[in-house]
Design a binder for this molecule. Structure first.
Ligand SMILES: *[C@@H]1O[C@H](CO)[C@@H](O)[C@H](O)[C@H]1NC(C)=O
Length: 226
């Protein structure tokens, strides 16, 4: 399969491997949510995320993609291939792996599945007042994510889906208004050379990947998931 298998066989001890590669490369051995939660709390975040190619250097917003960037602007690879390669968004990248609706889409090469992923920076993920799998305040569904793995998985799915814009290229301005997979309507504008996602005024840090089925935008916050 892919590199997780290689890594797992390389390290005799799973715990050693897990310590070196905390960000979701050992999901087979952990339950879905334990995996997400531990990757989210990854104390070892700055460590090498795994034996992937050198991370794609982020291109300044709006600049032409770097042809030597190891995957940028390559139509033979998909978003799911490049998403784990950029360290500054690897918490979010790791969470997407637990959401099958999203992984399927990011692997798809059908033109109608083109996608713009809004990937919050690790700093934004770490600053969240509420973890993506926790219930929103005022949740009246009667089921608590603290007690139900299904509910927690649902919350996580919703969070991830709010960051998946089902189009690429994504048109600028109000005519580009589109609902995320999570259901919120977003559009983006450019101000002083920065892309700003409305209505939440989410600032785009840069486009970190551009491949055949879409783009990955690193963003300095999260889409409202209330
Ligand atoms: C999908 O993305 C590719 C690469 O950017 C682009 O060439 C193609 O026109 C897009 N297709 C649709 C339907 O948006």
């Amino acid at each position: 399969m892919r590199y997780p298998v290689l890594v797992a066989s390389f390290f005799a001890s799973l715990s050693v491997a897990a310590a070196l590669f905390p960000l979701g490369y050992f999901r087979e051995s952990a339950s879905l949510l334990r995996h997400s939660i531990s990757s989210f709390h990854g104390d070892q975040l700055p460590m090498n995320p795994g034996p992937v190619q050198s991370p794609i250097s982020s291109t300044p917003d709006g600049a032409s993609p770097n042809k030597d960037g190891g995957g940028v602007d390559d139509s033979t690879v998909s978003i799911s291939d490049i998403l784990p390669q950029t360290r500054k968004i690897n918490i979010f990248a790791s969470l997407t792996r637990d959401v099958s609706t999203v992984t399927t889409r990011l692997e798809s090469t059908k033109p109608e599945d083109n996608t713009t992923v809004l990937a919050p920076l690790n700093s934004a993920m770490q600053a969240l007042p509420r973890k993506p799998w926790e219930d929103r305040p005022g949740d009246d569904s009667g089921v608590s994510a603290a007690r139900s793995e299904d509910k927690a998985a649902q919350n996580l799915q919703r969070f991830v889906e709010e960051h998946v814009v089902p189009t690429s290229p994504w048109k600028k301005g109000p005519e580009g208004k589109i609902k995320t997979l999570g259901g919120q309507e977003l559009w983006w504008e450019e101000h002083d050379g920065h892309r700003i996602i409305r209505p939440g005024n989410l600032v785009v840090d840069g486009i970190v990947g551009r491949v055949g089925n879409g783009e990955v935008w690193a963003v300095k916050g999260v889409v409202n998931y209330a």
